[in-house]
Design a protein around this ligand. Structure first.
Ligand SMILES: [Fe+2]
Length: 318
């Protein structure tokens, strides 16, 4: 029997201070669609088939409440749960059926070795229809986590969840669990927090149209539009109402497992000499973006005076 492994990021779950305000941003500006709501939570779908790709819950402080991964079937869920337990991390209960109102399925919750909340599930509901609008997100592309112990975090994702290593830069490790070049990236930082969540758009025209919608609604491009080094994806970064960083991205490299060779920081230094951008159009990220990517905005910590990129997120952006 094959070992159970994670096959994708299904959804992200965020704690927000003002549920109504955040729900308005994610529906009207970010262009997701509300599919289910409960007393303190709203679920949003993209234009793809996944039941929802974002859950917002009202909380006193903004917080990362979960990165929810997909796997193939119930047997894989059970195997992954057993592996997580044997690794010695915190696992909340046995795998169990999930609430039908939130798309159902079968899964369990756990925390990474650094205490980041995650879950894995299978058999979640899929929408029979997909929506044809290239300016709107289809799915979660990737999640970048800040880590105070990046090597340990990477080992956890590879050994327990079945990720493969795609590339390294000075500050980041890129990990894949499907043909997408990365679904998780780990940023070398002083401690655990959420760096950003990237939503996939169908193509560059869609990304530009979505970016225009953000601008028309008063949200500046904090970094972009450009094309990254590792992953080769086009990017446009924004800061949402609770200080989380949200990215529109498209054209992420698709990996052929049989032939792919991971590259190291020296390769990417030579390949992409302009900070994190093959095109050279993006310019540097705004100071606010640098601070937000460190988790500082949503965690509510004060930015240091004379903030410089190097102080907060290191020398190289992936
Ligand atoms: Fe990204």
């Amino acid at each position: 029997m094959m070992d159970g492994r994670v096959t994708g990021v299904r959804s992200i779950e965020l704690g927000v201070r003002d549920l109504r305000k955040s729900a308005e941003f994610y529906s009207k500006v970010w262009a997701l669609e509300e599919v289910a709501a409960a007393a303190d939570a709203v679920h949003f779908r993209g234009t793809g088939g996944e039941h929802h790709l974002l859950t917002l819950r009202e909380r006193p402080k903004p917080s990362l409440l979960g990165v929810n991964f997909a796997t193939t079937d119930r047997a894989a869920v059970d195997q992954l749960c057993a592996k997580a337990r044997s690794y010695g991390i915190k696992v909340a209960g046995e795998p169990a059926p999930l609430p039908a109102a939130a798309g159902g399925g079968y899964g369990f919750r756990f925390e990474t070795p650094e205490g980041q909340p995650m879950s894995i599930s299978s058999d979640g509901a899929q929408h029979p229809n997909v929506v044809l609008d290239r300016s709107r997100p289809t799915k979660i592309s990737h999640v970048v986590l800040n880590s105070g112990h990046a090597d340990n975090s990477m080992a956890f994702f590879i050994d327990v969840l079945g990720f493969r290593h795609s590339d390294s830069t000075h500050m980041m490790e890129f990990l894949r669990c499907s043909s997408d070049h990365h679904s998780i990236a780990i940023f070398r930082d002083s401690g655990p927090s959420l760096n950003h969540v990237a939503y996939e758009l169908p193509n560059i025209d869609g990304l530009m149209r979505g970016t225009g919608r953000l601008k028309r609604n008063g949200f500046d491009i904090e970094w972009g539009v450009g094309r990254h080094g590792p992953g080769n994806n086009v990017f446009s970064y924004f800061i949402e109402p609770d200080g989380f960083v949200a990215e529109y991205t498209t054209e992420l490299d698709q990996i052929d497992e049989a032939t792919y060779v991971p590259q190291d920081a020296a390769y990417w230094d030579k390949m992409v000499p302009v900070r994190g951008d093959r095109w050279g159009t993006a310019g540097p990220p705004s100071n606010r973006m640098r601070f937000a990517m460190s988790g500082g905005l949503y965690l509510g910590t004060e930015p240091p005076e004379n903030l410089r990129c190097e102080d907060v997120i290191g020398r190289k952006l992936g």
